[in-house]
Ligand binder design. Structure first.
Ligand code: CP
Length: 292
């Protein structure tokens, strides 16, 4: 396989193989460099973490990196995503990392492309490398997935992170529960929701999601969201001693989580970002070598 578009395409063996590669990279026994091979990062929706960490991962692997966004590419003149990717392939790009807003569009392009392709977030669809770095961060702390209780809390309806993680966590033997407002429920994930108070009492991992204001028609009160559905200091104090807090970020401080908890001892939010670079190095290496 040369493409990573969905977590549904990875087996548990694939995931653990990638983790082994990440551990080797962390030990300094990194993957063989991909010197002088060209990657293109095509980001048509905003990004700080994913775009920057792919750039660093590609440079650490020795790749030459092109950056395109909606404003500096011929997509502004109406060129399709498929023609853009086919053009990059024709001029020698071997890896394309794509963030864009239309669910399923990248999958429809992928069939006719020969370059390695990574979905870096497709609207409300999937975000597989975010899921892999989340899974790696959980595995780094607990060393196993079997029997863990993970609660995913927040804007489920609009969350590509929730969709990728829910699938992968269940496949890995994790008990996954969900917390959200009634209007953000997604019945493709579950029909059985729990409250935030139940979640903090029971979970080993609390995975908070960003409220995606840009995908909503209405704004809401930040204070009432934190009290009803967010992680307050009172709730954090009730979590199990070994429990950890994840959030893909950017964080709406004081909304999904009390601002003081973002860098607390249970939080792995910045660790997730650090792991994002090595996880993406492993994914690129595996795809470019056809090892998945
Ligand atoms: N977590 C994540 O995808 O962040 P960015 O939108 O900043 O890339």
């Amino acid at each position: 396989r040369k493409q990573l578009l969905s977590m549904k395409h990875l087996s548990n063996e694939d995931i653990h193989q990638l983790f082994s590669m990440v551990k080797e990279i962390e030990k300094g026994n990194g993957p063989s460099p991909l010197q002088s091979r060209f990657a293109a990062n095509l980001f048509l929706e905003p990004s700080t973490r994913t775009k920057s960490s792919f750039h660093i991962a590609e440079k650490r692997l020795g790749m030459e990196v092109l950056h395109l966004d909606g404003m500096d590419s011929s997509i502004t003149k109406g060129e399709s995503l498929y023609d853009t990717l086919k053009t990059l392939e024709a001029i020698g790009v071997e890896l394309a990392v794509v963030r864009q807003s239309e669910v399923g569009l990248l999958n429809s392009c992928a069939e006719e492309l020969n370059l390695s392709l990574i979905n870096a977030g497709d609207g409300c669809g999937e975000h597989p490398t975010q899921s892999l770095l989340d899974l790696y961060t959980i595995h780094e702390h607990f060393t196993s997935f079997q029997g863990l209780n993970v609660a995913i809390a927040g804007d489920l309806k609009h969350s590509r992170v929730a969709r990728s993680n829910a699938h992968a966590l269940k496949q890995l033997g994790v008990n996954v529960s969900f917390v959200t407002k009634p209007e953000w429920q997604d019945h493709s994930l579950t029909t059985n929701y729990i409250t935030m108070d139940e979640a903090v009492d029971r979970c080993d991992v609390l995975m908070l999601l960003r409220i995606q204001h840009e995908r909503h028609d209405q704004t809401m009160s930040s204070t009432s969201y934190l009290e009803q559905f967010g992680l307050t200091k009172e709730r954090e104090a009730r979590m199990k001693d070994h429990a950890i807090i994840l959030h893909p970020a950017p964080v709406n401080r004081g909304v999904e989580i009390d601002s003081e908890l973002v860098e607390s001892s249970k939080s792995r939010i910045f660790r997730q970002m650090t792991n994002g670079v090595t996880v993406r190095m492993a994914v690129i290496q595996a795809l470019m070598k056809g090892e998945l």
